[in-house]
Design a protein around this ligand. Structure first.
Ligand code: G3P
Length: 228
């Protein structure tokens, strides 16, 4: 499963890239607004740092506007830019035009399997079901992922499923167990994936024991050993 980082904060993205856990990035207007930085600078920095696809959201409400935005965003870096387009009739008209123009798309704000089916039929590169927001309203977000994967497998659609609106490590685990193509994960949740009390206890014990090992004289062959 690919890990995208669901963030517009360049420092978080840099850290995830350094850890080798950033296959791409997704943004939305809320995430960009949270940085307090101009949109243009955020895009420039993300495109410079991220090794893979960067989803940038178009915000027009009609198909012509969405397609024009898609063209302008994609022109920044046609290899990396994926244009996020909302799940509406106008959105799918824009997706269709993007497919013809060779622009990659990510259909966003998807909350049902039939919406995901429409996005795949229109030729979207990615579809983003928002599972956390479904959980928030007492629906089972992961059940939606299962339905979409079943439908896409059944008909061999090429559209990749991005598990989005991820809120905690169990979402990541279940996405991977279901075979989702991508999970887009807030950086705070990536850090939680590292956590285990037995790892912390094990490191403490190894460090204590390492300090108790007698240190040989330099050159005697009994020098201090680094921890493995
Ligand atoms: O990738 C979609 C995501 O940014 C939405 O997350 O937590 O606002 O529902 P959230």
């Amino acid at each position: 499963m690919k890990f995208f980082i669901d963030s517009a904060r360049i420092e978080e993205v840099r850290q995830a890239v350094a850890m080798g856990v950033c296959d791409g990035v997704t943004t939305n207007p809320t995430l960009v607004a949270q940085t307090g930085r101009p949109h243009d600078e955020v895009i420039r920095d993300l495109l410079a740092v991220v090794p893979g696809p960067v989803s940038l959201e178009a915000v027009s409400e009609d198909a012509d506007g969405l397609f024009e935005e898609a063209r302008a965003l994609s022109a920044r870096n046609p290899e990396k830019v994926v244009v996020k387009i909302p799940m509406t009739p106008a959105g799918l008209v824009a997706v269709r035009r993007c497919v013809e123009a060779g622009i990659r798309t990510n259909v966003t704000l998807v909350f049902s399997a039939t919406q995901a089916l429409l996005a795949a039929k229109a030729g979207a590169t990615y579809v983003s079901p928002f599972i956390g927001r479904l959980d928030d309203v007492s629906s089972d977000g992961m059940a939606l992922i299962e339905e979409i994967l079943t439908i896409y497998d059944q008909y061999d659609f090429d559209t990749e499923v991005i598990v989005a609106s991820v809120r905690h490590p169990m979402h990541v685990l279940r996405a991977a167990m279901l075979g989702a193509d991508v999970a887009t994960i807030p950086f705070g949740v990536v850090l939680k994936l590292f956590e285990h009390p037995l790892t912390d206890a094990g490191i403490r014990k190894f460090l204590e024991d390492h300090r108790r090992i007698p240190q040989g004289a330099p050159g005697s062959g009994g020098g201090s050993r680094g921890l493995v």
